[in-house]
Design a protein around this ligand. Structure first.
Ligand SMILES: [Zn+2]
Length: 239
């Protein structure tokens, strides 16, 4: 395990998170739970973050009065949690945007109808860090470029693997798909269940939240109807 200490600032020992936060501050960027901060991380710093977070999670477990020195199931939990947060459930904060190769969509072979893609995701609510599991349907009316089908899923998962709200996630997916496809005609519909509703609070086991964002031509009744008809066909196919 590497050192938790990273550098010094005015005689105060800094953690790697302090160093990264300082860079983010200086750039003026935001670093909320749903924001990607990968451009402020240098190579090898994710490992240092995991080491720092391991120590902090161990402190939390100790404060919960769990015997992390003798309970074999809890001994490595601090490290498991740290790795899970940084490499998995919040990977979309620390990893760079996936490469989205775009192919030309012009001439006689160009396609200008609607594309509807389905992508499953797991996210995390910013408030309680409970799982948000669901499906995103993406509608695109392409202009001069199309992206590979797997890229829709990669973008959705990259946006989802952060702390977020479903409404925010839907907006983020829409923004990133618009960027990748260079089309302003994009629609995103998501439906998800929330651990927040199911595992705590009201403990409702059949909660389903739906959100929709439509841009460009998807604001017309015709395109919107076609998009939701396609979703119904996909839902029937998935059953
Ligand atoms: Zn919550």
């Amino acid at each position: 395990m590497g050192s938790q200490q990273h550098g010094f600032c005015e005689g105060v020992t800094m953690n790697i998170s302090d160093t990264i936060r300082k860079r983010v501050h200086e750039s003026g960027d935001r670093y909320w739970a749903g924001d990607n901060i990968s451009q402020h991380l240098n190579s090898g710093e994710k490992e240092q973050l995991i080491n720092e977070v391991t120590k902090k999670f161990n402190d939390v477990l100790e404060s919960l009065v769990i015997d992390i020195k003798n309970d074999p199931n809890s001994m490595d939990t601090g490290r498991r949690l740290a790795k899970m947060y940084i490499n998995e459930i919040m990977a979309g904060r620390y990893n760079k945007r996936p490469n989205t190769t775009a192919f030309p969509n012009t001439g006689e072979s160009g396609y200008h109808g609607m594309i509807t893609a389905r992508a499953e995701f797991t996210s995390l609510c910013s408030h309680h860090h409970q799982p948000v599991k669901g499906v995103a349907y993406i509608g695109v009316i392409p202009t001069e470029k199309v992206i590979g089908l797997s890229k829709y899923t990669r973008i959705v998962q990259w946006c989802a693997r952060r702390g977020t709200l479903q409404e925010e996630l839907t907006n983020d997916i829409c923004k990133e798909i618009m960027k990748a496809t260079e089309s302003e005609h994009v629609a995103v519909y998501t439906q998800a269940t929330h651990g927040c509703m199911e595992n705590r609070g009201v403990e409702s086991h059949s909660s389903l939240t739906q959100t929709t964002v439509v841009k460009g031509l998807f604001n017309t009744t015709h395109a919107k109807t076609e998009f939701f008809d396609n979703i119904k066909l996909q839902e029937n196919f998935a059953c």
